[in-house]
Design a protein around this ligand. Sequence first.
Ligand SMILES: CSCCC(=O)C(=O)COP(=O)(O)O
Ligand SMILES: [Mg+2]
Length: 258
Amino acid sequence: MANGINNQQLTTNNSFMTALYSDNAEVLLLDIEGTTTPVDYVFGVLFPFARDRVTDFLSTYQQVTAVQTDLQLLRKEYEQELAQGVSVPHWQETEVTGAVPYIHYLISIDRKSTGLKSLQGKIWERGYRDGTLRSQIFPDVKPAFQRWISAGKHLYIFSSGSVQAQQLLFRYTEEGDLTGFISGYFDTQTGSKREVQSYAKIASAIGKIPEKILFISDVTAELKASQAAGMQTLFSIRTGNHSFEAEGFPAIQSFDEV
Ligand SMILES: CSCCC(=O)C(=O)COP(=O)(O)O
Ligand SMILES: [Mg+2]
């Protein structure tokens, strides 16, 4: 129950007194995959796009400093796994594209690591700019953005995808450029989405107390962390999501309810 308010109870018990989940929130903080955007688009379009192009991308851009930074982060992750005795695909250091098998592996297990997400964002950029990629958002997303902004609320995104990937996703949607609605973006550079501290940092960066922020996500571990930081929470139920078990969190199936 967000902030002790349950829409259905209020409308059922007291039809003249309808409160929306967002009434008491000044800021909406949104997850992407499974919340604004179908899981299918991320797993069925974005991940294969990065997987299929990473060899070519590294061959072309390996000397770019930002790409080298991503590779260094990935190398560190690889070495940590080896040190822990985890069996991972071999990284052939003498080859320009020697990291590819390990990167393919990370994509296949949906690893939410900063190096991978940063590299994926750079690969997707080319697809968005040349028109190969257009992002999908649920039909209720754009009207909700318009409604929330008109009501004086601010909108932020917190996703495991890099800030660059988030900005691209909202710039190149099938419904046009939505970035004008969004005040800011947070990714795993702020911290893991499953850690309380990340949400405290976000509240501080936004300049609001956590109680004024409503976080919406399809992952209850993320909701637990944000709730522990003091935020209001809603569980997102969307077609194609990995889990429909709200674990006691109030749930929505559309932003029309928010
Ligand atoms: C930012 S678009 C790409 C989405 C992505 O890579 C991802 O891992 C989605 O994670 P989320 O935290 O939005 O569920
Ligand atoms: Mg999600």
